[in-house]
Design a protein around this ligand. Structure first.
Ligand SMILES: NC(=O)c1ccc[n+]([C@@H]2O[C@H](COP(=O)([O-])OP(=O)(O)OC[C@H]3O[C@@H](n4cnc5c(N)ncnc54)[C@H](O)[C@@H]3O)[C@@H](O)[C@H]2O)c1
Length: 255
C-alpha cells in the first residue's frame, strides 16, 4: 500500500543525497512534491541524481557539491536551501563515512573521519538550521546504526559517532519541543550499491546476513527507508519526537 504525502512548497535538505539511502529518500520526497537540496561530495553522482530526479516531481531539485566535514560548507548548505526555496522544513543528516578495524587498531584519523563526516555536521547543520526550522515548525531526521546500538565489532569509531548523534538528537528533541520542531532518528538496513557489490563478492555472507533479519530481506532505500522519512517529516508523526525508529526488518529490538 502506498501512502500519499503532499510536501508541495516544502523544502528538504538531504546530506549524502546522491547515493544509497540518501538518494532513495530524495526520490520519495521529490515524488511527494517537495523541493529538495541534495548535498554530496560526489559530483558525478550528484549530476546523475539531479537528471533522474527532475523528471519525477514538480518540485525543484538543487544539488550542492560539498564536503560536509567543513563547518564553512555547512553554513553554505543551510543558506542555499533558505535562499533558493525561501524556507526549510526538513533537515536530513544522512551522509556518514567511516573505517572498520578492530578497536585497538583504529587511529585518531579513523575516529576523526567518523566524527567529521557524521557527528560534527549533524551538530552544526542542526544549529545552523534552527532559525529556519523554528519558522517552519519543521523537523530533523538523523541517522543511527545497529552498529552503535548493538556494539558491532570493528565499528568503534562509527558506533561512537552514531551514538553521539542519538544523544544530541534526544537533547534537541527536548529543547526544541517548545518550538514544535521534532527530532527523530532512523536506524536502517538497506540494500545500497555498496551492499550489492558485497553481495556479488561474498554471496554466502550476504545470505547469512539476510537470513538473520526476521523479515528476510534488506530494506529498499526509497520504498522502505524513504517511506519512513516521509512519515517522520509529515504531520502524521506530529506526536513523535526524540525517537529512534528501527527500519531494519526487525533485526534489533530497542528496549
Ligand atoms: N545501508 C545500511 O544498511 C545502513 C545501516 C546502518 C546505518 N546506515 C546509515 O544510513 C546512512 C546512509 O547510508 P548509505 O548506506 O546510504 O551510505 P552510502 O555510503 O551508500 O551513501 C552515502 C552518501 O554520502 C556521501 N558522502 C560521504 N561522505 C561525504 C562528505 N564528507 N560530504 C558529503 N557527502 C558525503 C557519499 O558520496 C554517498 O553519496 C548513513 O548515515 C549510514 O551510516 C546505513
Amino acid at each position: 500500500m502506498e501512502i500519499q504525502y503532499d510536501f508541495s512548497d516544502k523544502s528538504v535538505i538531504i546530506t549524502g543525497g546522491a547515493g544509497g539511502i540518501g538518494y532513495g529518500m530524495a526520490t520519495a520526497f521529490i515524488k511527494a512534491g517537495a523541493n529538495v537540496l541534495i548535498v554530496d561530495i560526489n559530483e558525478d553522482a550528484l549530476n546523475k541524481a539531479q537528471t533522474a530526479l527532475q523528471t519525477l516531481g514538480s518540485g525543484k531539485v538543487l544539488t550542492l557539491k560539498t564536503d560536509i566535514a567543513s563547518k564553512e560548507n555547512d553554513q553554505t548548505i543551510i543558506e542555499t536551501a533558505v535562499k533558493e526555496f525561501g524556507r526549510l522544513d526538513v533537515l536530513i543528516n544522512n551522509a556518514h563515512a567511516s573505517h572498520q578495524k578492530p578497536f585497538v587498531q583504529l587511529t585518531d584519523e579513523d575516529l576523526e573521519l567518523s566524527l567529521s563526516t557524521g557527528f560534527y555536521p549533524t551538530w552544526h547543520l542542526m544549529q545552523l538550521a534552527y532559525p529556519a526550522l523554528k519558522k517552519s515548525q519543521g523537523s530533523v531526521i538523523n541517522f543511527a546504526s545497529g552498529a552503535g546500538i548493538n556494539g558491532q565489532p570493528t565499528q568503534a569509531a562509527y558506533a561512537a559517532a552514531k551514538e553521539a548523534i542519538r544523544g544530541l538528537s534526544r537533547v534537541a528533541a527536548n529543547e526544541w519541543a517548545a518550538d514544535n520542531i521534532r527530532v527523530n532518528l532512523i536506524s536502517p538496513i538497506a540494500e545500497t550499491a555498496g551492499v550489492k557489490a558485497w553481495k556479488q563478492a561474498a554471496p554466502d555472507q550476504y545470505t547469512a546476513m539476510v537470513n538473520k533479519i526476521p523479515l528476510h530481506r534488506l530494506g529498499d532505500p526509497e520504498q522502505d527507508i524513504g517511506a519512513v522519512a516521509l512519515f517522520l517529516a509529515s504531520d502524521a508523526s506530529s506526536y513523535i519526537t526524540g525517537q529512534t525508529l528501527m527500519v531494519d526488518g526487525g533485526d534489533i529490538k530497542l528496549r
